[in-house]
Design a protein around this ligand. Structure first.
Ligand code: GLC
Length: 448
């Protein structure tokens, strides 16, 4: 056998490109077993932040700095904020349309704010009155969202805030309202009982719920023992329901984490968290709740890159949409979901059910692993060799996945540092082009 080419020789030898041939990959391996299996398969979900604050769209008395934290940050007195219930009449709320956009963007689950920190409940709660029942529309949002998303094939999760700026028994008070909302008579234990009741309502009233996603757990009143009791309550009611790590409270013994998965916020951890499931939640612009003045939208290309980066590190991505007060998605969010749709129709199956990348070098691509298949999502596409240092053995086949899902076979060459795939000139590349390598069996990448 002749000696392997050097990097330089290979670059010189690959001016002419090889004719295309089509092939289909093997069926993908799917997760099996525990309650996490569907979640690991899904990889991509939609976060939905919607509540009374959406009506204000980020502005209070000409101050435009806020979003879902507006009641706290703009220091809106509780009686004044309460009056927003009269304006909650989401005439443009169309859960089928939401579900259709999510499904076509390749998402396979949702997490909707049932109650955010402001305490307003999107369902008619038996144990409170600050809810949709008090509004003109009186529509049970949870019922309609669960039905629409489920019928489209998506799993349904509920976000629920432990912190509550409205309930009289919740403590502590906001520092700025100490004078107007005295703590005398407030009983945190009674608040915890209310929280348990509400969790039971949203779990059993719309069963089966797939995720409970807690937040607002950081105030010192919420303790590790509270968290253990709440988790036991959930496990009794719905043993298969996933719970996120933010259920945990203060005073936990060192290193004790609760919940089924971690929830890094607006960040994709450098190396993922090996051995622990995780899901990065990210905003499409700079805010969770709808904010009219926030024009800092990520491009579709950036969103796809973030999704691929997350999945390449073994995590899930929960991408947020903040619907407007009337229930319509902001046009910019719709445009992004629509832009993702054709790309995900072709590439979604290369992410779903995949595991983390085996390649350390991420200068030109990020990858996902599906058994004997490696999918390389090339963010730096240049015709010529893509050097895959340390890769062995030679793949049986390499192909570039076209925008229509077709596969065009690519030339593969050995060089003295590993394998190179010869990238053709694809003209206008897709949102993020993918090269698929198929091996006949075990394969790996030697550490540099
Ligand atoms: C934070 C914020 C909140 C948002 C959440 C999403 O905890 O308080 O507004 O809902 O993160 O991860």
């Amino acid at each position: 056998m002749s000696r392997a080419l050097t990097r330089r020789e290979l670059l010189a030898a690959t001016a002419a490109l090889v004719p295309a041939r089509h092939w289909r990959p093997h069926p993908l391996p799917v997760g099996v077993g525990d309650r996490m299996a569907w979640w690991r398969e899904a990889r991509f979900g939609m976060f939905l932040h919607w509540g009374l604050y959406s009506i204000l769209a980020g502005t209070w008395r000409d101050d435009e700095r806020w979003a879902e934290w507006i009641r706290n940050n703009a220091e809106i007195p509780v009686e004044e904020y309460d009056r927003l219930v009269e304006r909650w009449d989401p005439v443009a709320f169309d859960p089928e349309r939401w579900a259709d956009l999510a499904w076509r963007a390749g998402m396979r689950y949702i997490v909707l704010t049932t109650k955010h920190h402001d305490g307003f409940c999107l369902w008619p709660s038996r144990v409170g009155t600050f809810d949709v029942e008090a509004t003109p529309g009186r529509r049970d949002i949870l019922r309609d969202v669960a039905a629409a998303f489920r019928s489209r094939g998506l799993r349904v999760g509920w976000y629920h805030s432990i912190m509550d700026w409205h309930h009289p028994d919740y403590l502590p008070r906001r520092p700025w309202e100490a004078a107007t909302r005295p703590v005398a008579g407030a009983d945190y234990a009674r608040y915890v009982a209310y929280l348990h009741e509400q969790v039971e309502e949203i779990l059993t009233g719309y069963a089966p719920i797939d995720i409970l996603w807690f937040d607002g757990q950081w105030e010192s009143t919420w303790t590790h023992s509270h968290a253990l009791a709440l988790q036991a309550h959930i496990r009794r009611l719905a043993p298969d329901c996933l719970v996120n790590d933010r259920i945990n409270g203060s005073g936990r013994p060192d290193g004790v984490s609760l919940g089924d998965f971690g929830t890094p916020e607006n960040v994709i951890p450098d190396t993922g968290t090996p051995g622990k499931d995780w899901e990065s939640c990210v905003t499409m612009n700079d805010n969770w709740g709808y904010k009219r003045q926030d024009g800092n939208w990520k491009t579709p290309r950036r969103l796809v890159e973030m999704l691929v980066e997350t999945v390449s590190k073994g995590g899930n991505l929960l991408l947020n949409v903040g619907p407007m007060g009337d229930g319509a998605f902001p046009p910019e969010a719709i445009a992004r979901l629509e832009a993702l749709a054709p790309w995900m129709a072709v590439h979604g199956d290369l992410l779903r059910g995949s595991s983390a990348s085996r390649f350390a070098d991420t200068a030109r691509f990020r990858s996902t692993t599906q058994g004997e298949v490696a999918n390389l999502f090339v963010h730096d596409w240049r015709p010529g060799p893509l050097f895959l240092e340390g890769l062995a053995p030679m793949p049986l086949e390499a192909a570039v996945v076209g925008a229509d899902g077709s596969r065009r076979r690519l030339e593969v060459q050995a060089w003295d540092g590993g394998v190179a795939v010869i990238l053709p000139d694809v003209g206008e590349p897709s949102l993020l082009p993918c090269v698929q390598l198929r091996f006949g069996g075990a394969w790996g990448v030697a550490a540099p």
